[in-house]
Design a protein. Structure first.
Length: 126
């Protein structure tokens, strides 16, 4: 009967070791599962952040395009206004030149006629 206690202790020890090994295996399995879930969460976060980056790029590009269009439109309007002003000034200058021509036309014709007749008179005298 002396042999009964050591067998029970060995059986209990084996049972405890197996229980610990089972718990460790279960823990390892849980850790593997968590690791897989963490990896999946990383992938999802990375995908979401890439989507957000793409959206932000599109927004920035759109804003830059709109700003560029405003700048070009402003420059175009300014150039058109300057063109109108230059055209008005050119019309004023042209009107002044025409006025001067009209005022001097009669004198010019008279001067030419005198010049031509004066030369004709000189030729006739010779």
């Amino acid at each position: 009967m002396g042999h009964d206690k050591p067998v029970t202790t060995v059986a209990t020890s084996n049972s405890a070791v197996e229980s610990i090994i089972g718990a460790l295996a279960e823990l390892e399995s849980d850790i593997d599962g968590m690791s897989a879930r963490v990896d999946e969460m990383k992938k999802r976060l990375l995908a979401q952040s890439n989507e957000e980056v793409d959206k932000l790029k599109q927004q920035v590009t759109s804003m830059a395009s709109e700003e560029a269009k405003r700048i070009v439109d402003g420059a175009k309007a300014e150039a058109e206004a300057e063109s109108v002003q230059i055209s008005k000034e050119a019309e004023k200058s042209l009107a002044t030149i025409k006025k001067n021509i009209d005022a001097s036309f009669d004198k010019a014709v008279e001067s030419i006629v005198k010049s031509v007749l004066g030369q004709e008179a000189k030729k006739a005298k010779k």
